[in-house]
Structure formats: structure tokens, C-alpha cells
Design a protein around this ligand. Structure first.
Ligand code: KIV
Ligand code: NA
Length: 256
């Protein structure tokens, strides 16, 4: 049975941890889906595999292209697509248009928007009312890198309280789940206990209802990973070795 947003809520209630990873193309999506990943995020973090320094340059067209490829590779997982920087902050109309294109053109089930400030909560409320499932994202929001850097957020009591209130406001706006990025574990725990909807943590400790990582980090494809990432295998090395072997065989006329 394909994963739904309601299923995620049930899993929280049952205490079954949600497994989420990012994907950027068909092959990766197929592997993750066949392995039983619950939620596949077409994150704008794919900026890294497109050679961008930050997530800011990614366009909606690029997200749509990759989201379509990912969606074609997925049978079970819930597919969520990031709306890129300045394709939803300008106005409700812009957000509706961008989210609508994602759902209509890619077949993904949901979108993710960064931020829990009042104007964003208002936008998300209206998207949800229009029938668009939305995942929230608070704490470190990489689209604000030029304001926040990539530092942990919510370290002072005041900042922690603000993030908690943002999470509560997003739940009231109707998000089906919320990403908590790079915040102290005890703050993530507090939010997770307070909210009925599932929290998906990244660099937010053990207590969240699920975890997400950037697949390019997990596979060792990125040259630099954030401190909270875990590199489970080094595909850069594996690929480099295969290419060296191939090159040697071609040069020695051993292949084909
Ligand atoms: O773009 C991304 O990969 C994300 C996750 C880190 C949640 O937004
Ligand atoms: Na993102």
C-alpha cells in the first residue's frame, strides 16, 4: 500500500519511526522506494548534486524536472517536493501557482515550504484549504542561509520558544508533518511531544517521530557534509575506482 499523509500520523501514534531520504533522479528514487523508505523528498538540497553552492539558485523548472523523474521511480513512498527559494514567499498566488504545478505536473503528493513566520503560516493555511498537502520546515532553513548561516538554531531560550511557537502555528495551519532541522535535541523533543503531527528530524536528535538525511551525504557523493549527517558509504571512492579500472582497461586495450 502506498504511503499517505494519514499513514504518517498513524505511525506517530504507534511509535513507529518514519524513514525519509532525499532523491533527485529516477534511479536513486527506485532504489530508495524498493528498499522501503517511507517518505522521499525531492529536496532543494539537490543543489549540491547540480553543482550549486547553496539552495538559492534552484528554479521551479529544475525542481519539476527532477521531481518528475523521481516520481516515475516511486511506487510506495510518499513523494514530497521542496518549493525553491522565492517561488512561494512573494504572495499566496505565487505559492498556489508553484505548489499547483508540482502536484499537477509531477504527480508528487505534497510540497514542503520553509518557515513558520506569520505570513508563511497564512500562505500554508490557504494551500491546505485548497487541498494541497504541505510539510513544514523550521529551525535551520537553508533558503535563509545569508541571514542564518548554517548554524544550529534555537540555542537561546528565546529562540527555542520562537521555534516551538512556529511549529505549533504550522500544525494549526494544517501541515501533515514538519521537518526540524539542526536544533537542540531537547527542543525537538518538546516540539515532538507537543504536536499531534509527526516531526521529521535532521540534526535534531533522537526523539523526533522520524529522520531525514540528504541521500547524497549518506552515499558519500557530496564533498562536504554537515556535522549531523552520517556517511554510510563512500560512492565517490567506489565510482572513482570503477572509472580508473575502466580507463586502465581501455588504455591497455583489454576492454572490450
Ligand atoms: O532539501 C532538503 O534536503 C531538505 C531536507 C534537509 C529536509 O529540505
Ligand atoms: Na530543502
Amino acid at each position: 500500500m502506498a504511503v499517505t499523509t494519514q499513514q504518517l500520523l498513524q505511525w506517530k501514534q504507534q511509535g513507529r519511526s518514519i524513514v525519509a531520504l532525499t532523491a533527485w533522479d529516477y534511479a536513486i528514487a527506485q532504489i530508495l522506494d524498493a528498499t522501503g523508505v517511507d517518505l522521499i523528498l525531492v529536496g532543494d538540497s539537490m543543489a549540491a548534486v547540480l553543482g550549486y553552492e547553496t539552495t538559492l539558485p534552484i528554479t521551479l523548472e529544475e525542481m519539476l524536472l527532477h521531481a518528475k523523474a523521481v516520481r516515475r521511480g516511486v511506487k510506495q513512498a510518499l513523494v514530497v517536493v521542496d518549493l525553491p527559494f522565492l517561488t512561494y514567499q512573494e504572495s499566496l498566488q505565487q505559492a498556489m501557482h508553484s505548489a499547483g504545478r508540482v502536484l499537477k505536473e509531477t504527480g508528487a503528493q505534497a510540497v514542503k515550504l520553509e518557515g513558520g513566520y506569520p505570513a508563511m503560516v497564512e500562505t500554508i493555511t490557504r494551500l491546505v484549504q485548497a487541498g494541497i498537502p504541505v510539510m513544514g520546515h523550521v529551525g535551520l532553513t537553508p533558503q535563509s542561509v545569508h541571514q542564518l548561516g548554517l548554524r544550529q538554531q534555537g540555542k537561546t531560550e528565546e529562540a527555542a520558544e520562537r521555534i516551538l511557537q512556529e511549529a505549533i502555528a504550522l500544525e494549526q495551519a494544517g501541515v501533515f508533518a514538519i521537518v526540524l532541522e539542526h536544533i537542540p535535541a531537547n527542543l525537538a523533543m518538546q516540539i515532538t511531544q507537543k504536536l499531534a503531527i509527526p516531526t521529521i528530524g535532521i540534526g535534531a536528535g533522537n526523539y523526533c517521530d522520524g529522520q531525514v538525511l540528504v541521500t547524497a551525504d549518506v552515499l558519500g557523493l557530496t564533498q562536504k557534509q554537515p556535522p549531523f549527517a552520517k556517511v554510510y558509504t563512500n560512492l565517490r571512492e567506489t565510482i572513482s575506482k570503477a572509472v580508473q579500472d575502466y580507463a586502465a582497461e581501455v588504455r591497455e586495450r583489454k576492454f572490450p
